[in-house]
Design a protein around this ligand. Structure first.
Ligand code: NAD
Length: 443
């Protein structure tokens, strides 16, 4: 394939060398003359394992050209990969000035070219940038129509500095965000041979995945380091602790707990987080990330409360009260927190939870609910149909298969359903559906 690469930093230079190695004709474009000169003479502009030899080899092989001339690069290639920097601006926003300049130049190149062109954005971009900013900019600069005369898509880059050639050849996955099929087919030809899964999604989701991956990596590092600081204070070996933590592949290093849903609660996580924070305080150890978990969890409860209040309705039926399915434990249940708030706001509240039978609640569990909702007995109904029949809004906080199918049968078109748990039967539910952080239709 004939490929132009805009931006010859870590991502662009490694991509240029690897694509040329794989027998593609590559034109590199940059505004930095020093980088262009280095590549022209077979040298690498970035320090990366394997790049010295690879660059020398591919440049000597005659498959690499470099230029400042964006128009020429677009004219003489079928596809442009855009890898320019997107650093932080002083206020934390993304500085897209290089990206905007390149998009405009590529647009002008497309306008001056006969035949189709595909633009693949590989730089990290805040969600919405490709569809709302870059595609319109290219269309305006070229006078051509996106999706017909040219195609745009977003393919996040996952290579890491220090191991970039190895990561290029073995990425965790290939993700292509596109709203038309031709760029996906093109990228399958270019990267489909790599030993990883190839996922096709919307442009916006692909942009967001890149942020989620980086944020998750940062979170993991910070978790290990905060744990190490507590371990140090306690005289415990942090490596041993983290190795054992990571050896649990059921709950820890696993997709478990990584699904969007409602807040956590129960008799363990909140109290243990609090105890960890207190322990750290006793030893003068700062744990800003762990200390932020409970406030973040509370923000999620507040988000659910705001959704219910925004309906403007007064009769609320809650499906679920305990902190998770299959238990009657009400201690620190985030559904109890939601119910309490509804009561404080003077709502007419009814509750159904198949597992919660007040006469069976004992000890700390009984004390907890008596402290928080003393008249809970008058709000609980043993038949879900009674709660549905009497409510304008249904808040679904727990959904066994039985509850999900009963809701599909019982909910009326005039009712609002606020789904905190990603109901499997939501397509069959009459009424206005609102997911806590998602819509009824999934991409
Ligand atoms: N560095 C990484 O490990 C890595 C990994 C994955 C994704 N990313 C993302 O990839 C993008 C590029 O990162 P990088 O580390 O390679 O950046 P970099 O700063 O090393 O390189 C960017 C290059 O773009 C060039 N450039 C600037 N304006 C230009 C223009 N108008 N025309 C042509 N070239 C221009 C610069 O001269 C520079 O050579 C960023 O969005 C980054 O977030 C980086």
């Amino acid at each position: 394939m004939k490929i132009s690469i805009f931006g010859l930093g870590y991502v662009g230079a490694v991509s240029l060398a690897c694509l040329a190695r794989d027998d593609h004709d590559v034109i590199g474009v940059d505004v930095d003359d020093a980088k262009l000169e280095l590549i022209r003479s077979g040298k690498t502009p970035v320090v990366e394992e394997g790049m010295v030899d690879l660059m020398q080899r591919v440049v000597a092989g005659g498959r690499v050209r470099v230029t400042r001339d964006a128009r020429m690069a677009v004219r003489e290639s079928d596809v442009s990969l855009v890898c320019v920097g997107t650093p932080s601006a002083s206020n934390g926003s993304q500085d897209q000035s290089a990206m905007l300049a390149v998009a405009r130049q590529i647009g002008e190149g497309i306008g001056a070219k006969n035949g189709p062109h595909t633009v693949v954005f590989r730089s990290t971009l805040v969600p919405g940038t490709v569809e709302e900013v870059l595609a319109p900019l290219i269309a305006e600069a070229s006078g051509r129509v996106a999706g017909r005369d040219f195609h745009v898509c977003f393919q996040p880059e996952f290579l890491r500095e220090g191991s970039s050639i190895r990561d290029y050849d073995k990425p965790p996955f290939t993700i292509v965000g596109a709203s038309t099929q031709p760029p996906v087919d093109l990228l399958r030809k270019l990267f489909g041979h790599l030993p990883c899964e190839f996922h096709q999604t919307s442009v916006r989701a692909a942009e967001m995945v890149k942020y989620s991956c980086n944020n998750f990596h940062a979170l993991k590092i910070t978790f290990a380091n905060e744990t190490a600081r507590v371990c140090e204070a306690l005289g415990v070996d942090p490596f041993e602790v983290m190795e054992l933590v990571c050896s649990d592949r059921q709950l820890n290093i696993a997709p478990t707990y990584l699904k969007p849903g409602y807040a956590f609660g129960g008799s363990c996580l909140p109290k243990d987080l609090r105890a960890t924070a207190y322990l750290a305080k006793m030893h003068d150890v700062e744990l800003p990330m762990m200390a932020a978990i409970l406030p973040s969890n509370r923000a999620h409860v507040d988000h659910a409360i705001a959704k219910v209040l925004a309906t403007g309705k007064r009769s609320v039926g809650m499906i679920g009260l305990s902190f998770k399915p299959g238990t009657d434990d009400l201690r620190e249940s985030p559904l109890v927190a939601l119910a309490e708030h509804m009561i404080c706001k003077g709502m007419n509240l009814l509750v159904y939870d198949a597992e919660v039978h007040l006469s069976n609640l004992l000890g700390a569990n009984r004390r907890f609910i008596e402290q928080h909702i003393p008249h809970i007995g008058s709000l609980i109904r043993s038949d879900i149909a009674d709660v549905v029949a009497a409510s304008e809004v249904l808040v679904v906080g727990l959904a066994t298969p039985m509850v999900a199918s009963r809701l599909a049968e019982l909910v009326r078109p005039d009712q609002v359903v606020i789904d905190l748990v990603n109901l499997p039967t939501r397509d069959r539910i009459a009424g206005t559906y609102e997911g806590l952080c998602w819509s009824r239709e999934r991409a």
